[in-house]
Design a binder for this molecule. Structure first.
Ligand code: NDP
Length: 593
């Protein structure tokens, strides 16, 4: 995409033009620099509103086998897999006050997961838990994180409200020396970085943002003290408030209907509309759930990933909006011009159906027109929600479309678009998270590897890894992140596979008496070539897209050539890991001991 059209004006040709016009409006020269980090003047936005701010504890000094940084699903699943393999001596460190990661931080009203709970929630067979609904709400998912923490006895091993300050490899002892913000000194054979995927919130650097005099917060730090209510209760303190929300991504799609229920006025500031499909949630059929045979969850997870990466399983087990929209991979290079045209048509048909859904639901034609997504289906994450579009039929909800330019400026009393000020009392930033910035920036610390060389230095031209997991000069460091690794609609599929892989490497090193393992530079380069080959498959499509975090805002980042994700099917990425483990002898790794 885009392909040459043979005819004159067809809906497809019109759409192609419109896609390009909309893209052009949104291109900017500052790429990722348009956002500001939640530090310095903005550090208050990063404050944890949920944990006890008076919490104190004595620092600890200890030796352990593994330090896992991150107590979200990646860290928890690594811990569970280590336990299954007999490795019991580990520490989990997280700045949050509990397990959960994303599900600890995101408690905004309406927060839920639009990926089916039976494939998203991990360890359902092991814990015996039955999700209440096809799509689970955030409180239920957070509770499941706590359930895993309890059931696998992870709490005694966790250091919460604690950040890694420094982590340095000590060649003389073949250990990582980890120092934390609470003065802990932990010496550890292995370091697992299991955080930093969608954890670092970002704010748009709109001129005047610091001058806003009302209440402002990011969706991942929802202030219920101010709004009243809770994730499951009405936000009664918003009854007399005018609320502005910046952003219309997957988060805003869930928040807006809840704000619409309670706030006096809601102003939704839109730069690019999301494509919003049908969610069709419903309670779990307990009889069906009880009839599932052992091994069902792994099969269902795999089946779903097949269905949303164009691998078309014989039977579509999940059969929901995701599988309907993503059933066909329309972004990879086609074998023939005829196939390319068919794929472009298929992509257009899918998006056109989503545009027509807007027209059917939103009563005011002008508002409906502005809510229609004009880009390909792989350009931005598709959303699924049944109350978002109807919210715009309410008298108290106002769409402020910025025609792709974003909010112009912030004043002490409101937001300015097209020279018009919209006065508001509360400003909600649904502006997302850093996804493609340097890993060390997102981790919050800069690991120092062999010979005192930091990751930021070693990777000054971008990432160097084998499978996104092992890195040269960072012995015994194992990473779970999307940098040079897989990516998928069901994030938990990726995290589960990565946690399994990482724990396999650690337990094998312990069993085989290997004191250190790292990637060889040659293996890193070979893996990088694989990543480039895959990226080339979708490069044309991606270039035709509107900016967003999938394509680093179409910015000119010199490290982008290396800070890639594996853009093929997650199943193919998993295949690389499986074959590597099966080959024996850790191909492409340098071992000591
Ligand atoms: P996103 O990055 O998807 O969205 C950020 C929004 O802010 C976009 O609409 C963006 O517009 C807008 N924006 C940024 N700057 C400006 C500006 N200057 N003026 C106006 N608007 C601006 O963040 P989300 O938090 O919505 O979602 C992040 C990810 O989290 C999702 O993609 C998904 O992976 C995950 N998620 C998953 C959910 C689930 O149900 N499983 C639910 C929620 C989140 P533009 O598009 O033009 O850049």
């Amino acid at each position: 995409m885009p392909q040459q059209d043979s005819g004159n004006s067809t809906p497809l040709a019109e759409a192609r033009d419109r896609y390009q016009q909309e893209r052009q409006k949104r291109l900017r020269t500052d790429g990722m620099d348009q956002f500001v980090e939640l530090k310095g003047d903005y550090s208050e936005y990063d404050r944890d509103p949920y944990a006890d701010s008076d919490f104190t504890r004595e620092p600890i000094t200890e030796q352990t086998e593994v330090v896992i940084v991150g107590a979200g699903f990646a860290g928890m699943l690594t811990a569970v897999n280590l336990l299954k393999r007999g490795v019991t001596d580990f520490r989990i460190i997280d700045k949050a006050g509990d397990f959960g990661g994303t599900w600890y931080w995101n408690r905004y009203p309406g927060c839920m997961c639009d990926v089916e709970s039976y494939t998203y929630l991990p360890l359902l067979e092991e814990t015996g838990y039955m999700p209440t609904m096809k799509y689970a709400g955030a409180p239920e998912i957070f509770a499941h994180c706590q359930r895993i923490g309890e059931q696998f006895d992870l709490y005694p091993r966790a250091l919460f409200q604690t950040e890694v300050a420094t982590a340095e490899w000590d060649d003389s002892t073949s250990n990582w020396q980890v120092v934390t913000s609470r003065g802990d000194h932990i010496s550890s054979r292995f370091l697992v970085t299991a955080g930093g995927i969608l954890s670092k919130a970002k704010l748009p650097g709109i001129p005047g943002i610091e001058t806003f005099a009302g209440k402002a917060f990011h969706t991942s730090r929802w202030d219920y003290n101010f709004t009243g209510g809770s994730p499951t209760e009405t936000m009664d303190k918003l009854k007399d408030k005018r609320v502005g929300i910046i952003g219309t991504g997957a988060t805003a799609v869930q928040v807006v209907p809840r704000l619409a229920e309670t706030a006096k006025e809601v102003f939704v500031f839109q730069r690019t509309p999301s494509a919003v499909g049908e969610r069709n949630n419903g309670p779990t059929d307990a009889e069906w759930y009880a009839s599932l045979q052992p091994g069902w969850q792994a099969e269902r997870i795999r089946n779903f990933t097949q269905a949303v990466t164009g691998k078309k399983p014989e039977q579509n087990l999940v059969a929901d909006g995701w599988t309907e929209v993503m059933w066909e991979d329309t972004q990879s290079v086609a074998a023939t011009p005829e196939q390319a045209e068919a794929l472009e048509q298929s992509d257009f048909d899918t998006m056109e159906a989503l545009r027509q859904r807007v027209a059917r639901i939103v009563e005011d034609p002008e508002t409906a027109d502005k809510l229609m997504p004009w880009y390909g289906k792989h350009c931005k994450r598709v959303c699924f929600h049944d109350e978002y579009l109807p919210a715009f039929n309410k008298d108290n909800v106002h769409l402020v479309d910025t025609d792709g330019r974003g909010v112009e400026s912030v004043t002490p009393t409101g937001l300015v678009v097209n020279g018009v000020e919209y006065p508001i009392d509360v400003l909600v930033f649904a502006s997302g998270f850093e996804v493609t910035t340097d890993l060390n920036q997102r981790l919050g610390f800069d690991p120092v590897g062999r010979n005192g060389v930091a990751m930021s230095e070693r990777w000054n031209d971008g990432a160097h890894t084998l499978h996104g997991v092992l890195a040269a000069d960072f012995p015994n460091m194992l990473m779970i992140s999307i940098v040079q690794a897989g990516f998928g609609t069901n994030f938990l599929h990726f995290l589960s596979e990565s946690a399994n892989h990482v724990s396999w490497v650690i337990s094998r090193c312990i069993e085989d008496g290997i004191t250190s393992i790292e990637a060889t530079p040659e293996a890193e380069e070979a893996w990088h070539r694989t990543l480039i080959e895959e990226a080339m498959q979708i490069a044309g499509y991606s270039m035709s897209c509107t900016p967003g975090y999938y394509n680093s805002e179409q910015g000119q980042n010199p490290k982008a050539r290396r800070n890639l994700t594996y853009t093929g099917s997650l199943l193919d990425y998993v295949g690389y890991l499986e074959r590597w483990r099966d080959e024996e002898g850790f191909p492409g790794a340098k071992l000591n001991g």
